[in-house]
Every structure is written in C-alpha cells, then in structure tokens.
Write a protein that binds this ligand. Structure first.
Ligand code: FMN
Ligand code: SF4
Length: 490
C-alpha cells in the first residue's frame, strides 16, 4: 500500500475511558432517529468485505459467524459488506441479484438479531461495479486481446487490408518502447494495468444504458433486502465503483448524466427514488459517498457538499461519508493480478495506516464530513451524517458529536480489532478494549481476496475447542469471545 513520504509513526490515542455512568449519560450512547426507526445509540460498523462468501456469491456459515461476532458486541448499526446487485459471476463477493440468495441472507439477519438481542440495526450495502480484468501477459495481449485497427496498421506502415495475424506478428517483433508508442492511452492501460471499463465508455451499449438499467437493478435488490429482513440498505456511491464514477468530476458523459454537478448526481438520485418507491417510507435508505475523491481532477469537497444537500433533499435517511479509494491512482498490478483501488494515495485516504504524514491517520475525514453536515443543516435537513476513519476512542467520538461535526460514529477496523468495543465502553470497561493499531494487515488480506482477520487476535487460542480456522489452520476466523467475568486489566 502507498504511504505518505513523511513516514511518521503514529500511536493510537484512545484518551480517557468513561465510567459506566458517564457512558450512559453520553451523546455517543444516546438514541438517534434514523428515518423510520430509532438507533439505540450513535455507533455504526461500516461495511467491510471479509471474503467469506461462496464463489457464486452465497452466504456461508463463515459469513454468518463473522456478522454474529460483530453483533455480539452490540453496535447500534451494522452494515453488511458490499453486495452485488446483479446476477452475474463476481467471485466470492456476496450477491443479492436473485431470489436464490434470499435464504442465506435471511439466516444472516436472524443470526444478527439473536446475537445482539435485537439491539443492532442491520443494513446491507448494495454495490454495482464495472468490468476490470487482470493485467495480461504481454504476449497474450498482442496475440489475442488487442483489437487491431487501421491506426495500428498505419503506424506500422502496413496497408489497410493487411491481415490481422501479420499485424500482431509485427507488433510482437517490436521493442517494448516502440510498441508502447503505437498504442493509444486506453490500450496502454489495458496492457500495463489490465482492461478497465469506465462509465464514460459510451461506445459500449451496456455502459450507455446504465441510466436505464441501474434504477431497477438497485430497486429489486433493495426489495430483496427488505424481504430478507434487513432494516435498510446503504447504496454504495463511494470508492471506485459505478455510482461513484457517475458522481466523479472525471465523468464527462454527454447524455445528461455527466459533466455538470447536476448531471453527475442525476443517476444517483434516480436510483435512490426507484429504491424508495419500491421499498416504501418505512424502510431505511441511505448512501455512502465520498467527501473527496483525492485524485487529480476528481470531485472535491465542494462537490460532496452539493451532493449531500441533494441526497438529503431527496429524502435519504442517512449519509455515510468515506474518502478516496479510486482506481485512477492505484498501483500497477503484477501480471496476472487486477488493479486494486486502495493501493495509491487515494486508497491511503480511505484506509490510512499508522505510518502517515503530520496529519496522521485519525479522523482525516472529519473536517470534510463536518462541512457536508453543515451544508445539509443549512439546507434545512436533519439527515444524520456518519463519519468514519481512524476513530477508536470514546473521548474522540464524544467530542465529534459534541461539536456537531457528525451524528453517528463509524468504527470499521477498530470494530474488527475488538467487536466488543461497544459493550466494554458502555460497561465502563474501556481499558479492556483491544485497540486497533492501524497496521493494515487486514487490508492487505482484503487486497489478496484472502479471508480477512486481525493480527491482534487471529493466532490467539488457535487450539481451543470449537475455534474455526482458515483452510491452512494458521488463523482463527473471528475474534475470541470476551469473558465479561474477567477482572479489569490494570
Ligand atoms: C477489510 C476491509 C474491507 C472493507 N470493505 C468495504 C466495503 O465493502 N464497503 C465500503 O464502503 N468500505 C469498505 N471498507 C472501508 C471501511 O468501511 C472504512 O471506511 C475504512 O476502513 C476506514 O475506517 P476505519 O479507519 O474505521 O477502519 C473496508 C475496509 C476494510 C479494512
Ligand atoms: S489487522 Fe487489526 S490492528 Fe491491524 S489495522 Fe486491521 S483491525 Fe487494526
């Protein structure tokens, strides 16, 4: 993963933990209205893909164990990982694009309800993404994948009717540098990073048709989520995926869905309205979007402020803010691997590690989230704003709420490091929290599509009875249980 060149090592700073009485009287542990329902308090576990679904997108026992473990810690809200809305092969990513996925999702909902004693509200993140291919072997690229055109023939000084095979052979005989010069920018990208579709590829009919296809796809997925028993859906409008690409300042589609801010937000609003119409007013519908894209030419905070106000005016029940996580500045993958959107500077902004710049990894999205919230309030909307990114201490969370910078606090990696954060802090036993060190060991596993675990607990009690492990037997799959009867650590 990319790291800021300053390479300053930051220590976690949880601050003072509250007593049980202080926690009970705190803002963090006070209720909050979220559209049609009430959250018991203002804690939130954002979506995290654990790579535990089957190859064809079904819920497994390991998926259920993963969410059951988070639910046992009783956060007020838990968002199930990015889940594909289409009925297409997507590897071991959870899917909701057909009714056959319902039984698994229903079991997941039941497990969370039971493990949290009904305290945790459960949402599912709905995602659409475009095609991305692995970086090809150059030989295969020139022999098979590159579409040969007149431009290539001309560059090689060959006649327009020169046979394709001859063109390929000539290209292969050239040096790397000479070949690079003959390719255009997209072809070079396909060779050096792997082919990647964009929402601006209007020559591809299925891309041109996205505004016609996506509202219904999201709406039927949301109806399925409701049937499965979820309390609501989070529309994934963040990071490197389709909807974020529509919002992006890089989107210059000429069909009314690109260019100006108003045009870029059009499809996200149409998707929202279709979802709302299909699910009703008594179902939570919100979205996750970027406070800043953090790439050259990308959307800025001014865009996010406008989008936030537009989403709130449309009636969304919450706005969850993330940052960065884009393909545009991702590291070049190795041959045979696909680009991963969290490997460049924008990826760092999304999941900052303890090796950082002077600003550090804790709360990098705070100021932008506060600005989005202020704009939403100025426009007369009370829509709750969720802020996430490096938050691990009660004092920090409470201060954010007290200053009106956000309404709900997201704890992603901190909840992975210790799913019992919420119970421990409420019980006045914050000193027992296993603090995330922001090592990004978990993120590296995510990048390799390996089962995500935390380095602070995945070797603990490996041989205890009933502990489920990774296939190689080296890591446990969920955090050890917290024994409340244990005495408080000194
Ligand atoms: C293993 C892993 C998987 C993630 N998967 C998702 C995801 O599916 N959807 C999403 O919006 N964010 C995802 N994220 C980003 C987190 O939700 C969160 O925004 C990020 O980790 C920063 O918050 P934190 O500092 O509290 O961890 C993932 C993060 C991690 C570490
Ligand atoms: S592996 Fe554990 S400690 Fe390291 S960043 Fe992930 S959750 Fe935090």
């Amino acid at each position: 993963m990319w790291r800021p060149p300053e390479r300053i090592r930051h220590q976690v700073r949880p601050g003072r933990w509250p007593t049980a009485d202080e926690a009970a009287a705190s803002r963090l542990f006070s209720p909050l209205r979220l559209g049609p329902l009430e959250l018991r308090h203002r804690t939130w576990v954002p979506a995290m893909v654990p790579w535990r679904a089957t190859e064809d997108g079904h819920v497994t026992d390991a998926v259920i164990d993963w969410y059951r473990r988070f639910a046992a810690g009783r956060p007020a809200a838990l968002v199930v990982e990015a889940t594909g809305i289409r009925d297409i092969p997507s590897g071991p990513l959870l899917r909701i694009g057909d009714d056959r996925f319902l039984p698994g999702l229903e079991s997941l909902v039941r497990a969370v309800r039971r493990a949290s004693g009904g305290e945790t509200r459960l949402f599912i993140q709905l995602i659409d993404f475009l095609t991305i291919r692995r970086r090809p072997d150059p030989e295969k690229f020139f022999r098979r994948y590159l579409t040969i055109t007149r431009r290539h023939r001309q560059a090689l000084g060959m006649p327009d009717d020169a046979p394709e095979a001859a063109v390929r052979t000539r290209l292969l005989a050239l040096s790397d540098t000479a070949r690079r010069e003959i390719l255009d920018a997209r072809e070079r990208e396909s060779l050096e990073r792997g082919y990647r579709e964009r929402v601006t590829d209007m020559h591809l009919p299925h891309i041109a048709d996205l505004p016609q296809a996506l509202p219904e796809l999201f709406a039927t997925a949301a109806v399925r989520a409701r049937k499965a028993g979820f309390d609501g859906v989070e529309l994934h409008y963040a990071h490197a995926y389709t909807m974020a690409s529509f919002l992006s300042a890089l989107n210059d589609r000429p069909d009314g869905y690109g260019g100006t801010r108003e045009n870029r937000v059009r499809l996200p609003l149409e998707v929202y309205r279709a979802v709302r119409a299909a699910t009703g007013d008594d179902f939570v519908v919100g979205c996750r979007f970027l406070a800043e894209e953090c790439i050259p030419g990308g959307s800025t905070l001014a865009d996010a402020v406008a989008f936030g106000a537009a989403f709130a005016a449309a009636g969304m029940d919450f706005l969850s803010l993330s940052r960065g996580g884009k393909f545009e500045d991702a590291a070049q993958p190795r041959v045979g691997e696909a680009a991963y959107p969290y490997t460049g500077p924008s990826g760092y902004e999304c999941m900052p590690s303890f090796i950082s710049d002077a600003q550090g990894p804790f709360g990098r999205n705070l100021e932008p989230a506060a600005r989005v919230r202020a704009a939403v309030r100025e426009a007369g909307h009370e829509t709750p704003v969720v802020v996430t990114g490096g938050i691990h201490g009660f004092a920090q969370a409470e201060a954010i709420l007290a200053a009106g910078r956000a309404d709900i606090i997201g704890f992603a990696r901190q909840a992975l490091a210790d799913p019992d954060w919420f119970r421990k802090v409420r019980a006045g036993r914050g000193a027992e929290v296993r603090l995330c060190t922001y090592s990004n060991y978990c993120e590296a596993l995510d990048q390799k599509h390996k089962e995500v675990t935390c380095k602070l607990w995945d070797r603990v009690g490996l041989d205890a009875p009933g502990v489920k492990k990774t296939a190689d037997g080296k890591r446990r799959l969920t955090a050890p249980a917290w024994d409340e009867k244990d005495t408080v650590r000194a």
